[in-house]
Design a protein. Structure first.
Length: 256
């Protein structure tokens, strides 16, 4: 993609590189984070995870979130998906403020617009691969036959057509993460959120998952926000946001 790499607004606790040409911004971002602040309070005091974090993600754009353990990466993904509430700031998704919805509205909205992939796969052990992949459709009230058919299409897309009737315990880690990807995409979301999706996998399996995830991201023009410690993965994303622990500004080389 052409366009100069200009530093976005500096934020406490984060460095953002943005090479999105301004001409792409006219339609409005798919995800717009403004002045997001999150604190955890405990007997030991208040921990400010980030303070005034702002960035936007366009349709079809891949963004890597990096940073040390404890820097707030998972916290940020929870806020982007509305699984947790901020202390201040907004997350607009398709122009709608996640935090002005009721819990029930948010759950429906999340199911329609976002797919989520976790480090630990989070598959249900008593269900088959196709049932696991169909779960978002079944949860949204779609018919079983139709949901399983859609799930099989997605399993085929992630290279697991032959494993549809296997349970998670009968699948390798890489295969389980492929099922999780199929599940994340089965409801045709526009945003894919992934929290260290290769963190439990050996290097070559992890690389295969990275390639698959980026291929799916491009094929479906997904906005993709992925937390990763894998610098090669980060380098293959359009942008990197590096979070700093305890609100400190982190420095890192801009990626080529
Ligand atoms: N529910 C919670 N209550 C209190 N502190 C929390 C909670 N969740 C996370 N934290 C703290 O917030 C910081 C960021 O956590 P997290 O987002 O999990 O970091 P990362 O994913 O980057 O490792 C850490 O210091 C963590 O201990
Ligand atoms: Mg984490």
């Amino acid at each position: 993609m052409a366009g100069g790499r200009a530093a976005a607004r500096p934020h406490q606790g984060a460095i953002v590189w943005n090479d999105t040409p301004m001409t792409m911004l006219s339609a409005g971002p798919l995800l717009e984070v403004t002045d997001l602040t999150k604190r955890y309070r405990s007997g030991a005091g208040t921990l400010t995870v980030f303070d005034g974090l702002s960035f936007a993600v366009e349709a079809g754009e891949s963004v890597a979130i990096t940073g040390e353990s404890g820097s707030g990466k998972s916290t940020l993904l929870h806020l982007l998906s509305g699984l947790d509430d901020p202390d201040a700031g907004t997350v607009l998704c398709e122009g709608r403020n996640l935090f002005s919805m009721t819990e029930a509205e948010r759950a429906v909205f999340r199911g329609r617009t976002m797919g989520y992939v976790w480090q630990q796969y989070a598959l249900l052990p008593e269900f088959t691969a196709e049932e696991n992949a169909a779960m978002p459709l079944l949860a949204a009230g779609r018919g079983r036959r139709e949901s399983l058919a859609e799930a099989r299409v997605k399993l085929d897309e992630v290279g697991l057509a032959g494993r549809a009737s296997h349970r998670p315990g009968e699948l390798s880690g890489g295969e389980q993460q492929r099922v999780a990807l199929a599940r994340a995409l089965v409801a045709r979301p526009r945003i894919l959120l992934a929290d260290e999706p290769t963190g439990n996998l050996d290097q070559s399996t992890g690389e295969a998952i990275i390639s698959l995830l980026l291929r799916l991201q491009e094929a479906h023009r997904l906005a993709c926000v992925v937390v990763t410690h894998n610098l090669e993965f980060a380098a293959r994303c359009r942008r990197v946001i590096k979070l700093g622990k305890g609100g400190a500004v982190s420095l890192a080389a801009a990626l080529a």
